[in-house]
Design a protein around this ligand. Sequence first.
Ligand code: SAH
Length: 195
Amino acid sequence: MTALLAGKILWVLTVVGWYVIRYPFERRAKRKRVAATKRGAAETIRMLISFSGLGIVPGIFVASGWPRFASYPASWLQIAAGVVVMIVALVLFRLTHKALGRMWSVSLDIREQHELVTSGIYRRLRHPMYSAFWAMALAQALLLPNWIAGPAGLVGFGILFFSRIGPEERMMEETFGDAYRAYRTRTARIIPGVY
Ligand code: SAH
C-alpha cells in the first residue's frame, strides 16, 4: 500500500467515525422543539463553506485525484501524525456529544428547557466541539497530500469558526445572562489556558 492510499482511506474512516458519533444526536435533535434560533443567511453560507472544505473538496480529491497539479509525494511520517490527530479529534468529538446530550444542535439553536452545560469536557473549555473540528481539519491536512484538498478543511472550518463564535456567544449570553458571563470568565474557547 502507498502512503497516499493509506491517507485517503484514513480520511474516509475519519468522516465515517465522525458521522457515527453524530447520527444519534441528529436524530434526537429532530424530535426536540427549538425555542429560539440564530440561524439565517449568514449561518447557512458559513455552514456550506465549512462543509465544502471538510467534505466536498477532499471527497473529490479522494475519489478522483483532482486537483492533480497540487499533489505532492506523501510521507509515512505525515500520515502517522495525521492518525494521531485524527484519534484526538474523534475522542474529543465524542466527549462533546456526551456532555451536550439533548442540548446538541448542528447550528445556533436554543431548545426548550435548554440548560447551560458546564461539566465534562465543557468544564474548562466553552467550545470543545470546535477544538475537535480544528483537530479534524488538521488531520485532513496531514492525511491528504494535496496543497488544495488538504488545507481546505482548515480554511473552510476557519471561516465558520471565526464568523460564528461571536453570534454564538451573544446567543448564549442572551439566554443564560450572568450564568454565561461567569462561565465565560472561567473558561477558554478552544485551548485550555491559551485561547
Ligand atoms: N460551540 C460549542 C457547541 C457547538 S454546537 C462547542 O464548540 O462545543 C451548537 C449548539 O450547542 C448551540 O445551539 C448551543 O445552543 C449549544 N451549546 C453550546 N455550548 C453550550 C453549553 N455550554 N451548554 C448548553 N448548550 C450549549
